[in-house]
Design a protein around this ligand. Structure first.
Ligand SMILES: CCCCCCCCCCCCC/C=C/C(=O)SCCNC(=O)CCNC(=O)[C@H](O)C(C)(C)COP(=O)(O)OP(=O)(O)OC[C@H]1O[C@@H](n2cnc3c(N)ncnc32)[C@H](O)[C@@H]1OP(=O)(O)O
Length: 243
């Protein structure tokens, strides 16, 4: 995911180049992306409102995941389409793939599968962080496609992540860590020898490897976003070489 940067020759030139890129999207692709982004903004807004209402009514975070899980699972799984969108929008398939797969993994293979950890504060942490991130991100894409992007949404899209990304990762890692004892005790998703496939798999150690994989992968995602920030907010021309 290395990147190199060239001198862009001023913001005007960059803006012209960016407009040129946007015009290449066909009418059908634009219509689909507007629909998709509006639906995703609405979905995450519904999720956010449901979380706030739950907390106001119950005065506790216990049971919150359970009450919003259907909405979360639906909209987070729907985000798999973003990997397909890489074919039409100027976005990195590698970065998007890691981002989406880690979220799907957290939702289905951790939070959904290990009921005992659903009331952990760390689950609420990543839920809140994801929700704020996605409302901002999808509304950014929608207004951008409509060529009416309010500056504060652009600013929020490329500034909030500075705090939210590490906070979300902390929530995810703490949740996986909390899941480890249950995984070890139950042996879930594990395959022990001997078996007819002659293959063994230990989900407990797999989770430990996943946790360690954040160490090389997260900085790449974070620096990718910092480069995007410089490109969009400061008009720098950035050439990504990863895909
Ligand atoms: C099997 C187990 C696997 C486990 C793996 C473990 C390892 C995990 C390591 C790290 C895990 C991280 C976990 C993440 C947690 C969180 O999310 S915490 C919450 C905070 N998160 C964020 O802030 C996310 C920030 N990151 C991103 O947004 C991602 O990098 C991104 C989603 C992949 C987007 O990046 P990118 O596409 O490069 O940038 P953009 O600037 O948004 O888009 C570039 C251009 O593409 C256009 N575009 C993209 N999508 C759309 C769309 N849906 N509709 C319309 N247009 C779109 C966008 O407008 C840009 O176009 P231009 O304006 O013309 O440039």
């Amino acid at each position: 995911m290395a990147s190199s940067e060239e001198d862009g020759g001023g913001n005007g030139a960059v803006e012209e180049k960016e407009k040129g890129k946007k015009r290449k999207l066909g009418a059908l692709a634009t219509a689909w992306l507007i629909f998709y982004n509006v639906a995703m903004t609405a979905g995450w807004l519904v999720l956010g409102i449901a979380m706030v209402r739950f907390y106001i009514q119950k005065g506790t975070h216990r049971g919150l995941f359970r009450s919003v899980q259907k909405t979360l699972k639906f909209f987070q799984t729907f985000a798999l389409l973003e990997v397909v969108h890489c074919a039409v929008v100027r976005t990195s398939v590698l970065v998007t793939g890691v981002q989406v797969s880690s979220r799907i993994f957290m939702v289905w293979f951790i939070a959904h599968s290990i009921k005992q950890i659903q009331n952990e504060e760390s689950v609420i942490l990543f839920l809140v962080v994801w929700t704020v991130t996605e409302i901002t991100r999808y509304s950014f894409y929608t207004f951008n496609l409509l060529n009416h992007l309010p500056y504060f949404i652009k600013w929020a899209r490329y500034n909030f992540f500075i705090i939210l990304y590490p906070a979300g990762v902390a929530g995810e890692l703490l949740t996986i860590y909390a899941a480890l004892p249950y995984v070890k005790k139950t042996g879930m998703f594990s395959l022990r020898l001997p078996n007819k496939y002659n293959v063994s798999f230990d989900y407990y150690y797999f989770l430990i490897i996943v946790m360690f994989s954040y160490v090389p992968l997260f900085p790449q995602l974070y620096f990718h976003m910092l480069r995007q920030r410089r490109r969009v907010l400061h008009g720098e021309v950035i050439v990504e070489k990863d895909d």
